[in-house]
Every structure is written in structure tokens, then in C-alpha cells.
Design a protein around this ligand. Structure first.
Ligand SMILES: Cc1cc2nc3c(=O)[nH]c(=O)nc-3n(C[C@H](O)[C@H](O)[C@H](O)COP(=O)(O)OP(=O)(O)OC[C@H]3O[C@@H](n4cnc5c(N)ncnc54)[C@H](O)[C@@H]3O)c2cc1C
Length: 418
């Protein structure tokens, strides 16, 4: 445990302005955004994370807890810049200059380039480990935050002035804290939200994403590939080369049954199968690397806010990773939430004033619905091999090339400008 974490654990207070449940990418990003805001930086913040503390840039129990990479939109890189974090990430981020979308075994492919739209890059790929490290440093730099690790929030109960929150740490007494605003950033299918009776729309795609950092003969040269196959979409994102070795971040979507089988395949068999699906665009695949498997679903709660409560990140909307939108959408949510809090504080409103949260959801409603519907329809259209669904799929790729306005829409969404 670091000295700061020990001190944090000793001096935790009985009442705080903001309590964040979950120190994943979203909970940590919120702390950094609060820290960079004019008025909100003065709020006392408690970040409660069930997992272990990090030591320096490493998580105590191993640095590979999350082996994924994230495609950050151009807009997200600007948000991270405003949080004071982008300079830490820029050096290890691989720019995406082009996105090549293709459909295996069918006529039709399209390329979207940053030049066409006068952007420096459509986005950047960063390894989640690097993102977590930058966020960790950002959290440590916030003067008004306490961090509790290996601690779970087990109960959130409304009270006169906000919420009464119950915390549990193994072999220690239960603690109760009075909170002005509770932020649920505890990931998908939030147990606290369920406990509060918040219901939602759940779609199990019956698909899993196989994640790996593969090595290839040729470099992606800033081109991200999205290939739609009979079994599901395959995304190959460029990663910076290491020691002259070309690396790509693979997100390979397959049915849950196929994923269960593939989890036991030898590396050679995985390489052969992947090579068959993506062809020779990157030359031969040299290694597959460690694989991680994630179940995929859509989860959208009916309520994102209640007095003194707001849901963020996967707790607010878990979307399929096909279009790389989940974190990007949440970063835009975070920036808006902090801006609404700041404006409220400027008008002398208290942090538990419900109008702050009402303003936030009203402002975010359109973007969230657009991303959720766009991603869900992409999965529906491209996941099917039936003639009736494959036909619009083929048309989709053709129309994209024929109608500049549609291409513009896709690029703007990919770059985070819409
Ligand atoms: C395969 C894959 C690829 C993806 N690629 C992209 C991409 O390219 N671009 C993009 O924008 N998005 C992408 N995403 C989405 C992105 O990863 C998510 O939006 C993001 O990880 C959500 O983070 P979170 O902090 O909300 O949840 P989580 O990462 O699940 O974090 C929740 C945290 O809360 C803690 N916790 C849970 N319950 C409690 C409790 N009761 N008390 C205390 N702590 C608790 C957990 O320990 C955890 O650390 C991808 C997702 C997947 C699955």
C-alpha cells in the first residue's frame, strides 16, 4: 500500500460532498475532471474501489488486470487534454488516420480518412494500462480526494440531506458516511442501482469479444480495420511498435458458444483462423499473445438520476464495442456533468440540488440515444447471415461510398465531433 493510500484510509471522513462507487476508467476520469474544474475542485471527494490499490504505475496484484486497448475519438483526446492528462498519453498513443471497413465474402468496402475531413487524426489507440496509469496519477494529484481500496459500497439509502452510504472492507467494521452526491461508476449491471429498484433494458447479444495484442509482419500504418464476417465483426487497431515488432489490438467478436471453444485453442489454430478471416492485409500473423474474453450485452437503465444519485459509465449505458464508443460517450458525459456541477456551484446551489442532475441528463439525452441506437443497429445489421439482413448490410457499405453525407456522419461519430 502506498503512503498516500495509508493516509487516505486513516483520515477518511464521516461526510463528503461526492462519493464515487468504482475506481475504473470512469470513476477515475470523473475525479480528474472534478480536479480540473474551477469550482468543483473544492468539493470533497471519496473514491471507493473494490479492487486492490496500485503501486506506482502497477496494480499490486499484477499489471495486466485490463489487457484491452481503447480507440479514443479525436474529441476524447481533447477532453483528456482539458483534464490535464493528454500530454501523459500522447507519446504512447497510436494515431488512426484511416478506417477501412469491409465485409468478408461480399462486394463492398469503404475507407474513411482524416484528410477528407480536415482532422489531424480520426482518433488514437491507447492501451488501457497506459490510460489507467495516467488516470491514477491524475487522481493522486487531486487535493481533495480520498481513495479507499479493497472496500465495497454495500448500501446506498436516501436521507434528508443526500444519501447514507455503507462501506465494507474485509475484517473491518462497517462504516457509514453521509454523502451529498453518490456517483455509481461500478460498471455494467450495477448492483447498487438494482438494489435501489432501478430497472432497465437488457439485451444479451450472445456474443463474446476475444481480445489480444497480436504481432504481424506488416505495420497497420495508422489504418484501423473493421471487418464484418459471418461470425461477427473483427476490429484491428494500430498499436505503437515495440523493438521493431508491429503490434495490433484485436477485438474479435464471436458467438458465446464459439468463444467457449476458442478459449481452449492452441495459438497456431487461432492464428490460422484469424488469418483466414482478415486475409493478407498485414502479412502473416506472427503471434496471437494472451487472450481475454468479454461477454457482450446492451444495458440501459430506465433512470440515470435520482435526488443525490447519478449513474455514469457502463452503469449508465453498456454498449457493444463494435464501434468503440462506450468510453468515448462516457467521457462526454463526465465533462457535461462536471460543467453542470460547476455552473450550479457558481449560482450557490448545493451539490445535492436535483436541478443540477436534471440539467445534466437533459443535455446528454440526445448524444446517448444516438450512440446506443447507432451501435445496436450496427450489431443487428452486421451480425446476421440471413439474406434479408445481409442485403442491407451490403447496401450499407455501398451507400456509405455513394453518399458523402453518410460518410460524414460516420466520421464525425468516430472522431467524437457528434
Ligand atoms: C472488448 C471491449 C473493447 C472496448 N473498446 C472500446 C473502445 O475502443 N473505445 C471505447 O470508447 N470504449 C470501448 N469499450 C468500452 C469501455 O471499456 C467501457 O466503457 C469502460 O471500461 C467502462 O468503465 P467503467 O469504469 O464504467 O466500468 P468498469 O471498468 O467495470 O469499472 C467499475 C469499477 O467499479 C468497481 N466496483 C464495482 N462494484 C463496486 C462496489 N460495490 N464498491 C466499490 N467498487 C466497486 C470495480 O471493481 C471496477 O473497478 C470496450 C469495451 C469492451 C468490453
Amino acid at each position: 500500500m502506498t503512503r498516500k493510500n495509508m493516509l487516505d484510509q486513516k483520515k477518511h471522513c464521516r461526510s463528503v460532498d461526492v462519493l464515487i462507487v468504482g475506481g475504473g476508467l470512469i470513476g477515475s476520469s470523473l475525479v480528474c475532471a472534478l480536479s480540473a474544474a474551477m469550482g468543483a475542485q473544492n468539493l470533497s471527494v471519496l473514491l471507493v474501489e473494490a479492487g486492490p490499490a496500485r503501486q506506482g504505475n502497477r496494480i499490486k496484484t499484477g499489471s495486466d488486470r485490463d489487457a484491452r486497448s481503447t480507440a479514443l475519438s479525436f474529441g476524447s483526446s481533447q477532453i483528456l487534454e482539458r483534464m490535464g492528462l493528454w500530454h501523459k498519453l500522447k507519446g504512447c498513443a497510436a494515431p488512426i488516420y484511416e478506417i477501412a471497413v469491409s465485409d468478408q465474402g461480399r462486394f463492398g468496402s469503404t475507407r474513411l480518412t482524416c484528410r477528407e475531413y480536415d482532422l489531424d487524426a480520426l482518433g488514437y489507440v491507447v492501451e488501457n494500462k497506459a490510460l489507467q496509469s495516467a488516470l491514477y496519477e491524475g487522481v493522486q494529484a487531486h487535493k481533495n480526494v480520498n481513495v479507499l481500496n479493497e472496500t465495497r459500497v454495500t448500501q446506498v439509502v436516501p436521507c434528508a440531506d443526500g444519501m447514507n452510504v455503507q462501506l465494507e472492507k474485509a475484517h473491518q467494521n462497517i462504516q457509514r458516511i453521509q454523502v451529498g452526491l453518490v456517483v455509481l461508476a461500478e460498471g455494467g449491471q450495477s448492483q447498487i442501482a438494482t438494489g435501489l429498484g432501478i430497472k432497465g433494458r437488457e439485451v444479451d447479444y450472445n456474443q463474446n469479444a476475444i481480445i489480444a495484442n497480436i504481432m504481424t509482419e506488416r505495420s497497420q500504418c495508422g489504418v484501423a480495420f473493421e471487418r464484418f464476417t459471418e461470425s461477427g465483426p473483427i476490429a484491428l487497431l494500430p498499436l505503437p511498435s515495440i523493438g521493431g515488432k508491429h503490434r495490433s489490438s484485436l477485438v474479435w467478436t464471436v458467438s458465446s458458444a464459439a468463444a467457449a471453444e476458442m478459449a481452449n485453442w492452441e495459438e497456431l489454430r487461432l492464428i490460422e483462423e484469424l488469418q483466414q478471416n482478415i486475409g493478407q492485409r498485414l502479412g502473416s500473423i506472427k503471434s496471437f499473445g494472451k487472450r481475454n474474453i468479454y461477454p457482450l450485452s446492451l444495458s440501459v437503465p430506465q433512470e440515470q438520476i435520482r435526488p443525490s444519485l447519478v449513474l455514469l459509465g457502463n452503469a449508465a449505458h453498456t454498449v457493444h464495442p463494435v464501434a468503440g464508443q462506450g468510453l468515448n460517450l462516457s467521457l462526454r458525459d463526465i465533462e457535461e456533468l462536471v460543467s453542470c456541477i460547476d455552473q450550479g456551484l457558481e449560482k450557490d446551489l448545493r451539490i445535492n440540488e436535483f436541478s443540477i442532475l436534471q440539467k445534466y441528463v437533459t443535455k446528454r439525452d440526445y448524444d446517448q440515444n444516438q450512440v446506443i441506437n447507432f451501435t445496436h443497429s450496427l450489431v443487428e445489421t452486421f451480425s446476421s447471415s440471413s439474406f434479408f439482413k445481409a442485403f442491407p448490410r451490403k447496401l450499407g457499405l455501398l451507400t456509405l461510398d455513394l453518399f458523402p453525407a453518410l460518410r460524414q456522419e460516420l466520421v464525425m461519430r468516430a472522431s467524437g465531433k457528434r
